[in-house]
Design a protein around this ligand. Structure first.
Ligand SMILES: Cc1ncc(COP(=O)(O)O)c(C=O)c1O
Length: 444
């Protein structure tokens, strides 16, 4: 439990939350939120004035940081110009956001379908792939998260799928995860080759003419920050080409600079042969107004030129959200945030975490890229026994999270891992501060 707010208004907000808000992924009675009063840059302040350094970006979405003045101004201006418009009318904000997004892809992708977030982006990408190929099945990784709606939650490999398995046509495969390799690999090269051989087997045994799409996070996020070894995504692209399968890259978490390039797949794929459908949300506008989308390759977009698309959303392309996409992309470009993510990751955060692992008894693995990292905590480095079992927490993990939060560092604890994904403008000084706190807690 975090200490109850001392401030009377903070206490009132806390009590109202408890009484009336039904919270996500939570045992409602155990819900114990910090009441946040303000946020700016990479920091948040609670109602008692305590400052927290944000090394989570909430659920990995505040890419440009909090209350960015240009982004706030763009939303205010858009609200004044046109707060709302339905899907049947064109408007400036939607047209310009679509142009800004597709311009990130050169000539290969010219259209965007806007959604409300990431899950419905994956839903619609799956729908498009099924219609385009005339096939039904979707392959995705066991260790993955694709959203909490019908088909997307069933495509999800992790435990959130278990209570939601009501759609058909999904099969799962093991992706690369060298620390706990399913394939007995000892090097990244082996892991890449063996995971691709396994994927080929899954395709062959599921039946190539039945498979519409492979849905894959370019860097697996919530299920572990699993950075694919070199060649893996290229191999997936080649298998999709060989068998006529649509490659859907889920860039909901890894997109918009998070990995040190604009999109995660760019670390491995050739710009001339990118994924067919790219699903986006979160960093698309740093979450300031909910929105997501599917960026569609020309052949798939053209397919629907003379065919009805049986999908849609009331708020697809909402102007208030679209207005903030263009501003968000400008901020990322003008402030060099992609390069900052790459530099802080490779020069400060990555080396600091590896140093922490060397001095800590319980940090079993460190992995990440750009500003997208996780440390995996174990009871014993030799046996790799996790500090919490799969899909669960443990008293030890809860205690570590409490200690980090009490020391003013917000992270994203998932299972036996601490995920670290600060806003992209994070400085070397702030990163050093976070590393210091992690060291105090994990390697005292
Ligand atoms: C990779 C990935 N895909 C999809 C989603 C679902 O996005 P949303 O919660 O906006 O529906 C998430 C959410 O965390 C995600 O990380």
């Amino acid at each position: 439990m975090s200490p109850a707010p001392a401030d009377a208004n903070g206490r009132r907000i806390y009590d109202l939350d408890h009484a009336h808000v039904f919270n996500s992924w939570a045992v409602q009675g155990a819900w114990d939120p910090i009441v946040i009063e303000r946020a700016e840059g990479c920091s948040l302040w609670d109602c008692d004035g305590k400052e927290y350094l944000d090394f989570a970006s909430q659920q990995v979405f505040t890419n440009v940081g909090y209350q960015h003045p240009k982004l706030v101004a763009s939303i205010q201006a858009q609200a004044a110009e046109m707060s709302v418009m339905g899907v049947n009318f064109a408007n400036r904000a939607r047209s310009e956001a679509a142009e800004a997004l597709t311009s990130l892809f050169g000539e290969t992708h010219q259209k965007v379908f806007f959604t409300n977030g990431g899950a419905d982006a994956n839903e619609n990408a799956i729908r498009m792939a099924r219609l385009f190929t005339g096939r039904r099945k979707v392959l995705s990784a066991y260790r993955s998260y694709h959203g909490n709606t019908g088909a997307a939650i069933v495509a999800t490999g992790d435990q959130r799928r278990w209570p939601n398995e009501y759609a058909d046509g999904h099969a799962h495969f093991f992706g690369p995860y060298l620390y706990r390799s399913e394939f007995g690999s000892t090097t990244a090269e082996e892991e890449s080759a063996r995971a691709l051989a396994h994927m080929r087997h899954v395709i062959e045994l599921e039946g190539p003419p039945t498979i519409a799409a492979i849905l894959l996070e370019s860097v697996v996020g919530a299920a572990g920050v699993l950075v694919p070894p070199p060649g893996y995504l290229r191999g997936v692209r080649a298998l999709c080409d060989e068998f006529g399968i649509v490659y859907i890259a889920d860039e909901v978490m890894s997109g918009f600079g998070r990995t040190g390039l604009m999109f995660g797949f760019e670390h491995d794929l050739d710009a001339s042969n990118p994924p067919d459908l790219i699903t986006v949300a979160k960093g698309i506008n740093s979450g300031y107004v909910p929105i997501g989308g599917v960026i569609i390759s020309n052949p798939i977009a053209d397919f629907f030129d003379d065919k009805f698309y049986p999908g849609g959303l009331t708020y697809s392309g909402h102007p208030l959200a679209c207005g903030s996409i263009s501003a968000n992309l400008e901020i990322i470009r003008d402030e060099g945030l992609v390069d900052n993510a790459a530099a802080i990751g490779s020069d400060v955060l990555g080396p600091g975490l590896h140093q922490l692992a060397a001095s800590s008894e319980i940090v079993g693995d460190v992995r990440g890229i750009g500003l997208f990292w996780a440390i995996e905590l174990v009871r014993d480095k030799a046996t790799k026994e996790p500090l919490a079992s799969y899909g669960a927490s443990s008293p030890e993990m809860a205690q570590i999270t409490r200690a980090l939060t009490a020391a003013g560092l917000l992270t994203l604890p998932i299972g036996n891992r601490i995920h670290l994904s600060p806003p992209l403008p994070v400085t070397p000084t702030q990163t050093a501060q976070a590393l210091h706190t992690l060291t105090m807690v994990l390697a005292p």
